[in-house]
Design a protein around this ligand. Structure first.
Ligand code: PA5
Length: 387
């Protein structure tokens, strides 16, 4: 279950026009949760049987959702998932190749367009390693998740790779509940049935997401320029990265939108905590929380805290921080009842609705990202690829 609460008073928004805009939007394919591709079960079983490691290659929306949920949801799988293609750093690439070592592996290359440079270069390098290790059997270890009609789709057809389709009407940052996220998540040991059930159930009751969107829009219109997503759960670090992409690309256009930024406490209480308590007051803070459960780790030797559970102390730190920061800036809280796949399915859908509704309410198209094209064109020019 996902709840939203804040003590600030938020003017009501009539969402009916914006919900109608979503129903009519060509890129609303994520709004109705589809059943997984029937091939996914077989592919998952093959990868688990043949590989110690699945190398997932992709960037942006073709990376962040799977990484976020693999970190956030407790899971068991003998197959390790590692990621490549998120940078062009040769040092990082070499580190990833070294880490993979001589272990048996398969590749899941993910790109809707099939033309993303970071993805294509990382795939090129890992493909060489695959061919060195498996020779003529290399192609049977590739799983391409891509849009029909792009260059990656063409390669997958020509070389008879296993492939999964990214629907035309779902953009990268809204794609984690399609094959983009579902294959790495299933191989990583997450119940995709529970994940999709959580999203589907939440889709029938979206009022908390609409309240969160109304809060964001209200604060933006009051002059706040940034929203900081704060958590006391470090395993949600990448969930916050996913959230940043979702809101940054959906809303940051036409010189508008809140800057999404994130804080992982307690680490950041000892660095950016200073800014949040004392710095520019035009930043509001949203805490992402999971209902605490006793950890069984009890304090023995810290005076005054003997017998207390670590979960209780973490929770006290959260309450102390919320009340300290609420004296200087608006604070909101998003509460997740548990860290199961069902809960995170609901949370993903909560943020999909909130991001698209926030953008529509500001008169923006939530589903394009014209700003990321300019560096790509410059890079093509510098590399001589624009001829
Ligand atoms: O949200 C988006 O559409 C982008 O972040 C893309 O996911 C990202 O640029 C990767 O694109 P592609 O999947 O085409 O390689």
């Amino acid at each position: 279950m996902v709840k939203f609460k804040t003590s600030i008073s938020i003017p009501k928004i009539d969402w009916s026009t914006h919900l109608a805009a979503l129903s009519a939007a060509p890129m609303n394919g994520w709004a109705t949760i589809q059943n997984p591709d029937p091939r996914l079960e077989d592919y998952t079983a093959q990868i688990k049987k043949n590989a110690e490691v699945l190398v997932v290659i992709g960037v942006g929306g073709s990376f962040l959702g799977a990484k976020a949920l693999l970190d956030a949801i407790p899971r068991t799988s003998k197959t390790e998932i590692i990621f490549a293609g998120t940078s062009l750093s040769p040092y990082e690439m070499q580190q990833t190749l070294n880490y993979l070592g001589n272990r048996d592996f398969c590749i899941n290359v993910i790109s809707k367009s099939g033309s993303t440079l970071e993805t294509n270069l990382a795939f090129d390098i890992f493909y060489q390693k695959l061919v060195q290790k498996y020779g003529s059997h290399a192609d049977s270890r590739i799983y391409a998740t891509t849009g029909r009609g792009g260059t990656l789709f063409q390669m997958a057809s020509d070389r008879h790779w296993s492939w999964l389709e990214i629907p035309d009407n779902v953009g990268g940052r809204y794609s984690v509940l399609t094959s983009v996220g579902l294959l790495p998540l299933a191989v990583g040991g997450i119940s995709i049935t529970d994940l999709l059930t959580g999203a589907r159930n939440y889709a029938a009751h979206i009022s908390s997401a609409l309240n969160y969107a109304a809060c964001r829009v209200h604060l933006y219109q009051q002059g706040y320029f940034a929203e900081a997503m704060a958590t006391f759960e470090p395993e949600l670090r990448y969930f916050a990265e996913w959230w940043k992409q979702l809101f940054g690309e959906s809303e940051g256009k036409n010189k508008m939108g809140l800057l999404p930024t994130s804080l992982v406490y307690s680490t950041d209480l000892h660095s950016l905590g200073q800014y949040i308590q004392d710095g520019n007051s035009q930043v509001f803070e949203t805490f992402l929380e999971i209902t605490p459960v006793a950890s069984g780790m009890q304090v023995v030797g810290v005076r005054g805290l003997e017998g207390k559970d670590l979960a209780e102390i973490n929770s006290s730190a959260l309450r102390a921080t919320v009340s300290a920061h609420a004296t200087v800036r608006p604070v909101a809280e998003i509460l997740l009842s548990d860290r199961t796949a069902t809960d995170f399915g609901a949370l993903v859908y909560f943020f999909f609705i909130a991001a698209s509704m926030s953008a529509f309410a500001l008169g923006l198209n939530p589903f394009d990202q014209p700003g990321v094209e300019i560096y790509k064109k410059n890079l093509q020019k510098i590399l001589g690829l624009d001829a």
